[in-house]
Design a protein around this ligand. Sequence first.
Ligand code: CAA
Length: 240
Amino acid sequence: MPRIALVTGGSRGIGAAISKALKEQGCTVAATYAGNDAAAAAFTEETGIKTYKWDVANYQESAAGIAAVEADLGPIDIVVANAGITRDAPFHKMTPEQWQQVIDTNLTGVFNTVHPVWPGMRERGFGRVIVISSINGQKGQFGQANYSATKAGDLGIIRTLAQEGAAKGITANAICPGYIATEMVMAVPEKIRDKIVAQIPTGRLGEPEEVARCVAFLASDEASFINGSTLSANGAQFFA
Ligand code: CAA
């Protein structure tokens, strides 16, 4: 029986590469998206991967969406909490709205994504929870007090879920990508981006596929003794 995988924010950027890598590994994949209908339709057309639209910041929408995925495809074995946003500003300019939007999507969104699938994983005695954190959750980043707080929070979540899920055959791990060539990173002004790339010893941005391969490995049945860990993929930019 193929494993069923859910990837939030799974139709674009790193998420799209993750969805494809899990499909290549034999999983049946459901990818969620928040708003870009055209990108989601193009993604399904290209890959055959079904997409579902909901806002991960909303618990009711997430629970209802997950119920719909499970009705279509079967119980979810692998959940990849990847959906995330940035609202960058230096702290003195950051508005309460910029703070809250990022907390709601990136941090509460992980709760909203994992909590509905957790009881089923416990009952069936198998689960893989993978949260996409960030290098900036490990080291902080000028202009990202909100984002860095959520990405550091991810590490607390997976270390707790690892302990709570271990006896039930569930693993929970985080990946900390560095700067990857996605729309999110390309939105950083070029002058600032060039300075960031200069700090990456590998001398380039990462590729989404280089993160996706990490997810596919942690999602595999063979990764059963890796639990509560943080895997960095950052071109040697930072060592946690
Ligand atoms: N370190 C130190 N000082 C910095 C700085 C830095 N990294 N960046 C800017 N500054 C300084 C500026 O030089 C400026 O100083 P002066 O006033 O003396 O000239 C001051 O801070 C204010 O800068 P700005 O006026 O440019 O502030 P701004 O409001 O226009 O922009 C910002 C600030 C939007 C945060 C901008 O600095 C920025 O985009 N930084 C990049 C943030 C970043 O790395 N985001 C990652 C997005 S990708 C992602 O998040 C994925 C992932 O997981 C890696």
